[in-house]
Design a protein around this ligand. Sequence first.
Ligand code: PMP
Length: 408
Amino acid sequence: MGKFDDLRKDFPMLERQVNNKPFIYLNSAATTLKPRQVVEAMDTYYYTYGGTINRGVDSVGYEATLAYEAVRTQVAEFIGAKDPNTIVFTRGTTTSINMIASSFGELIIEAGDEIVVCLSEHHANYIPWQQLAKRKGAKLILAPLNDFGGVTPEGLQSVLSAKTKIVGLHHISNVLGSHNDVKRLAELTHEVGAYFVVDGAQGIVHEAVDVTDMDCDFYAFSAHKMVGPTGVGVLYGKAELLAKMPPTEFGGEMNHIVDIYDTSFKDAPHKFEAGTMMIAEVIGMGAAISYIEAIGIQAIHDHVSALREYAVEQLKQVANIEIYNEHNHSSGIITYNHIGIHPHDAATVYDREGISMRSGHHCAQPLLTWLHQPATLRMSLYLYNNKADVDQWIVAAKQADSFLDALF
Ligand code: PMP
């Protein structure tokens, strides 16, 4: 048994059945399964040192504070950030990007300014900028997409100007798996004096990230896409930018002195972490990073991309299939349709076979408009998938084709 097959035992959900069939999970771009190690780390917090953090003087609370703050240092090292205080814990990518837009964006955007995004952004990296532009009388500018659904340096350059203030782009897209050269895009953005925000929700999963080398201004991601718990994620921001940004929430533990008519706030990251934080989830995210690092990001990437290549070749043998991202090898995502069949109908056939997959617009409606599709199927692979999963998926794809062909 190979190393990756061996890891399957860490994921208890793989032992269950769905519709009386062995469960096959092909929806990791939505959220990944969690290994025992992550759940156990959270259990240990709740069972042995489940106090609150950064307040009071009790020993249990102190232990919890140490564990929580140790994850901040761990995340900083994981993404190549030099200073742990540039790591803000948030509810996830969505919250991180909304915080940037409503704090930093509010601060710097004025009427007539331009904010650049592209059509293949997840709604989490589209609507906050669209709404900020509307509030401020600024313009939302679309960087042109290349054939793969990504943005090339030339494409970005064609829309940059002295009016550009913020560029917000994905590292890896959640629908097409397109990969942006974010380092080069950040460089071009800085040449016109603008700030570069990376939606790293999928990028962090599939390659080693070094925010210092990338020189992005902000990088956002979620733990649940990388074997961590839901409800926790990260906002990385350059120290000098976080220092300027006003908090977006007010409450306990984010302030120094609260006078009757004014308040002084703590420095970043604490001024952004108001109220009781998701302590167990932060600790779970630390365990998730340890789990991934023990395997190695590059090894995971190689495993997933080899499996994806195999899956694409198999899918091409099935009749009446249209694949929208055949050549995007950076992630485990394959986006496709059974021609003439609505993806929700097709997904029902896969589900009957115990296969969990996504169908719909994948929270990227502007991109689906670009693809001229109302919806698609999306299968996505991760470290616990193997060839047998792909083979079962192909059996279901053939069934979907013949079953639905007879129906419609
Ligand atoms: N951006 C991308 C590229 C994503 O894939 C996702 C999750 N589907 C998000 C943003 C939003 O992440 P979350 O729901 O964890 O906030």
